[in-house]
Design a protein around this ligand. Sequence first.
Ligand code: HEC
Length: 221
Amino acid sequence: MNRAPLIFLGIFFALAFSWTGIVLTNQISYGSLQPVYDENEGKSFPLQTPGLAARGKLVYEDLGCLYCHSQQVRREGYGDDIERGWGERQSVARDYIRERRVLLGTMRTGPDLRNIGARQTDTTWHYLHLYDPQLTSPGSNMPPFKFLFETRKIIGQPSPKAIQSKLPAKYQPPAGYEIVPNERGENLVSYLLSLKDTYAYPETKNVYVAPKPEAGKEEKK
Ligand code: HEC
């Protein structure tokens, strides 16, 4: 008996069903999502990633930060992300629509970074942390990224971005020299500071929103 047509139909339907389930239904649900224009702010959200930050994203990809850090805040009941202070609300599909490559990540050796720009707004903190994570987070097992900095002679005025005054004695450069982030370091920190999904889209109004931390109480890291 010739079973070829049956096998062909079997394979055809298996592929057609999985394509419908995996590709088509998601395209129908999310493919037409548009940015939301906010008249009060005069901007559309999610915001476009600024130029420096867009270059910083390439550094983030290049250095493999996503092997230890995720970029998606799970809703309540699916983990303690909101209790840990990783976001005010869960991530929704619209948060990512401007991104060509979405860096959700697979592992969480370190904290989720989707809202790091809202949580840690101090540029110098980021520089010190990248220079040596032990300086800001003793016991951290994040590797140092000292190659994102250069030691250079101070010519004229010292740079406002120089970090040596905040570094311990063992990292002090020779007199007359300063330690400043290089271009990749600056771009990477611009990217980190641009990561904040705090805008309330219509669809986020039904989802869980963490209560604001009490005034005077330190936010959980
Ligand atoms: C080997 C895993 C690992 C890699 C690779 C790694 N990190 Fe981390 N990261 C951690 C851990 C663990 C922590 C928590 C302790 C700390 O603050 O250092 C952390 C913390 C952070 C924080 C502070 C988060 C907070 O909530 O305070 C930032 C920002 C960060 N990492 C950025 C980066 C960037 C950018 C890269 C790539 C250049 C990177 N990490 C690569 C493990 C890693």
